[in-house]
Design a protein around this ligand. Sequence first.
Ligand code: BTN
Length: 340
Amino acid sequence: MPRPKFPDPLWYTRAMNQSERILQLLADGRFHSGDQLGRELRISRSSVWKHIRQIEALGLEVHAVPGRGYRLAAPLDLLAADAVQGEVAAPAAARLAGLEVHWDLDSTNRHLRAAAQSGLPSGYACLAERQSQGRGRRGRTWISPFAAHVYLSVYWRFPGSAAALGGLSLAIGVAVARALERAGVEVGLKWPNDLLWQDRKLGGVLLELFGEATGPCDVVVGVGVNVAMPCASAALVDQPWVDLRGILGPACPSRNRVAGLLLDELLTALADYERHGLTVFLEDWRRRDIAAGHDVELRLPQDRITGTALGVDDAGALLLRSGSSTLRFASGEVSLRIAP
Ligand code: BTN
């Protein structure tokens, strides 16, 4: 099928509305007077105030001090398409069909999936500053506060059938682990692709497959990585978590760098998986496997099975020794818990 023609420029950032322009001015964390903001945008001071209310509705704290103006409680590390692009090396950049950077989406996965229905080139990516309905695995919500973490999705079209994609989930886990390693953090993988640092979740992957079962097969790869968890959001996360700032302190890279490294590794891994399958990722996955050799509990939709994790077979299926038998789990809606 011919690739749909996509409009130039390749790099697409949606035109900002006035609240977003004010937020960009406030991102430095300094005071900006209502007069100055109004002049920049050619709007009245009362309109500025209305936009400040909308900024607060994104979950951001704005200090309003008479005589000084408005200031964010903390400076913001905002996304910029060109800064993300700058982190993507030439071979992966050649596979990047386009990049959208949004301020506010329900879910980057849902957005790309909907866009793909009307024809999107393979290798198209999307980032958002915030997700109002971020999706996690097993129907969970992925807490996605504004300008705090990285929420990234990549659309890829595989020419073959869905049957060839059984190991993709593990390959993507390896790609994200490689990107995090380049960002300065060595993470472990918990089958199929949870990214853990010292038993706490640093990020997660959600793959959504659609299209014809016989092929071609469309995939949206969604990746969330915790960069700097705001206090107000921490209480909403229902599992042990960690963020890059907590691990790396002042050495924590910018969100643009983290997003760019992820994009670089994901595009490389998707192309490698298309050509070679899981084989070229297996050694790396096994090296990072934190469950192998440990007692685990596998949670299936209707059942729980305990046993000892034996690693993965060459197709990426989890092997579990339970009693005298070795069980094999191909994928699906399961959750693996490592016994303390
Ligand atoms: C998990 O539960 O471990 C998977 C979390 C995946 C979250 C990411 S954030 C970007 C993309 N868009 C979504 O709605 N979810 C994924």
